[in-house]
Design a protein around this ligand. Structure first.
Ligand code: CA
Length: 322
């Protein structure tokens, strides 16, 4: 009995050591308790906050079913804690659909730009962009306007009701906030300092090869990067510029089609000296897929000339950030 117990204890210790070593990287997808899509991420007080849509489609339902967004935090990019949720019902003018969103901090407040479906009133039916605001990165978030910031009928060049989706906001070095969004066309406009009103006409970026949706702006060194979902099924492609107002030079594909998923949606983040590419795939066995997506994280690498190396999507994910 004693010998048996000893063997058992040794086995348990070995299992614990092995288990520990297996979890020294994140293992993609990083969130497995729930299906999560369309990641956005910020760093605040040395903590990363991850915001994602909650995919709730049943396994036999072949379209999007998202009714809330989820908030997670991490201090190492590997271990994530769920901080709460944000229901789409906060936007009383919306019919539903908690689609892709972006969060940004400005002057101690946190602004959450969301895609939702506008109720059929005053010619505003269709996908629309709203803004919520909070004093903390984990909320509580409240509708900042009480109405949509962007509605489908504000952009009429294209006859679809889902071209006003996927907002992203970038605050330029001079303090000017810029809103980018779009499906099929990439729109942009200047925002007022209050973050909830446009401060320019709506403009359109030309020359983005096969632009589908999901624009995202970030800056590194002297260059601005506009990454976006390219073709369909979606890859992620990118363009570079020396100015937020362009001209943008198309640079090619950054990320290939993500496993078992026809969309691709990126957030790019620098944290504790490393660069990260946050995206989603349909990789959770056995019911993961295009409508049951999962957030993943891999490294992003720059070439010496500022261009981006192709993302290498991995099962192992990233190592704990120190
Ligand atoms: Ca429109």
């Amino acid at each position: 009995m004693k010998a048996k117990q000893k063997i058992k204890n040794t086995f348990l210790i070995l299992t614990a050591i092995l288990g520990f070593s297996l979890h020294t990287s994140s293992q993609n997808p990083v969130i497995t308790e729930k299906y999560t899509a369309d990641p956005a991420a910020i760093v605040h007080n040395d903590t990363v906050y991850l915001y994602a849509g909650h995919d709730e489609a049943a396994h036999d339902f072949h379209f999007y079913n998202l009714n809330e967004w989820l908030i997670y935090s991490s201090t190492d990019m590997v271990n994530w804690r769920e901080e709460g949720n944000f229901p789409v019902t906060e936007f009383e003018w919306a019919r539903g659909d908690a689609w892709a969103a972006e969060v940004i901090e400005k002057d101690g407040k946190f602004y959450w730009y969301v895609t939702v479906h506008h109720k059929d009133v005053d010619g505003k039916a269709g996908k629309a962009i709203g803004v919520a605001v909070a004093d903390s990165p984990v909320g509580p978030f409240k509708d900042a306007i009480g109405a949509a910031l962007i509605t489908n009928n504000m952009t009429t060049d294209i006859d679809i009701d889902w071209d006003d989706i996927d907002p992203t906001v970038y605050i330029d070095d001079d303090g000017t906030p810029w809103l980018f969004w779009g499906n099929s066309k990439c729109y942009y406009a200047k925002l007022k300092d209050n973050m909830i009103e446009l401060d320019s006409p709506i403009m359109e970026i030309e020359g983005l090869s096969n632009f589908t949706e999901a624009p995202f702006i970030h800056k590194k060194g002297d260059y601005y990067y506009l990454t976006y979902a390219y073709e369909f099924p979606e890859k992620t492609a990118y363009a570079m510029s020396k100015s937020i107002e362009g001209p943008w030079e198309f640079k090619g594909i950054l990320n290939e089609i993500a496993g078992n998923c026809n969309t691709n949606h990126q957030a790019i983040l620098e944290y504790k000296g490393k660069d990260y590419f946050i995206y989603h795939n349909g990789g959770i066995p056995t019911q993961g897929g295009s409508f049951r997506r999962s957030v993943c994280i891999d490294y992003l690498h720059y070439n010496p000339d500022g261009t981006l190396k192709r993302v290498q999507m991995t099962s192992e994910g990233v190592k704990p950030a120190k």
